[in-house]
Design a protein around this ligand. Structure first.
Ligand SMILES: NC(=O)c1ccc[n+]([C@@H]2O[C@H](COP(=O)([O-])OP(=O)(O)OC[C@H]3O[C@@H](n4cnc5c(N)ncnc54)[C@H](O)[C@@H]3O)[C@@H](O)[C@H]2O)c1
Length: 265
């Protein structure tokens, strides 16, 4: 039995990368999917992939940092598919990677408005619709917040990113406790370094800075993963699908680390 069959999911930042593959995996498993993102072209490509494989998905343009747009995105899911059972708060950005002394308050706020405020807003606006349908499923409603291994450990020149991801980790636990009586589960996912456009952006920066170049940058990252490779988008999408499904019915407030052993060291 497929335990996301018939469920309705909304995935922020679902145009590409981890969100895009999560959308594809959930749709393959029989969920109806609302992809939200600021990138229309890449969203259209992901939508095409899902629909040509026989899945059901729709797109709405949505900036996760803007509360009115969250209200519109949730309304869109209700209007198009009649409810909501799964919300994946995935949209996120890297950047603001400067020494703390040089980091402007504007860059700190911009990154946190997406990675942190965006997740808060996603949790907040998911509650009412998820609560309404939670009784339909053994595993109730499911909110999945994409954090990072950087929500556990620090990184030099990464204060804004680490703070945002650490915040998401504990926001998840607080929400899990508050929403358990409503049969809504809330879990976080903590990827290691995964081969997506976001990571490839870091490679380009390394090329430009000539810090040994992009391959040197990648080799250094791979060495820090005991399994000896970068993660793939499917590694994370499989974890998302599991947390969305009734197979994880007794899991809430937990941290699912998917990092090739990075944090075990
Ligand atoms: N790739 C990694 O190594 C890695 C590791 C740990 C955590 N993560 C996290 O995983 C999530 C997805 O990252 P990815 O690697 O797939 O990145 P990505 O850049 O490939 O995809 C992120 C998506 O989010 C969208 N987005 C950005 N700002 C947005 C906004 N304001 N509103 C709506 N959508 C917005 C982008 O347009 C893009 O489609 C992020 O939260 C990221 O921090 C990634």
């Amino acid at each position: 039995m497929n335990s996301v069959e018939g469920k309705i999911a909304l995935i922020s930042g679902g145009a590409r990368g981890l969100g895009g593959m999560s959308a594809i995996k959930l749709a393959e498993a029989g969920a109806k999917v609302v992809i939200t993102d600021i990138r229309e072209e890449e969203a259209a490509e992901t939508l095409d992939k899902i629909i040509s494989a026989g899945g059901d998905a729709k797109f709405i343009k949505h900036d996760v940092a803007i509360e009115e747009q969250w209200i519109a995105a949730v309304k869109f899911a209700l209007d198009e598919f009649g409810g909501l059972d799964i919300v994946v708060n995935n949209a996120g950005v890297a950047g603001a990677s400067k020494p703390l002394e040089d980091l402007s308050l504007d860059s700190w706020r911009r990154l946190n408005s997406i990675n942190y405020d965006g997740v808060f807003l996603g949790v907040k606006h998911a509650i009412r619709p998820l609560r309404e349908r939670a009784h339909l499923w053994p595993g109730g409603g499911s909110i999945i917040n994409i954090s990072s291994i950087m929500g556990f450990i620090g990184g030099a020149r990464a204060a804004a990113y680490c703070a945002s991801k650490g915040g998401v980790r504990l926001l998840t636990k607080a929400a899990a406790l508050e929403l358990a009586p409503s049969k809504i589960r809330v879990n976080s996912v903590h990827p290691g370094f995964i081969n997506t456009p976001l990571l490839r952006g870091g490679v380009d920066v390394a090329e430009e800075r000539k810090e040994g170049g992009g391959q040197h940058f990648i080799d250094g990252i791979v060495r820090r993963h005991p399994l000896g490779r970068l993660g793939e988008d499917t590694d994370i999408a499989n974890a998302v699908r599991f947390l969305a499904s009734d197979d994880s019915s007794f899991m809430t407030g937990t941290e699912m680390v998917v990092d090739g052993g990075y944090l075990a060291q």
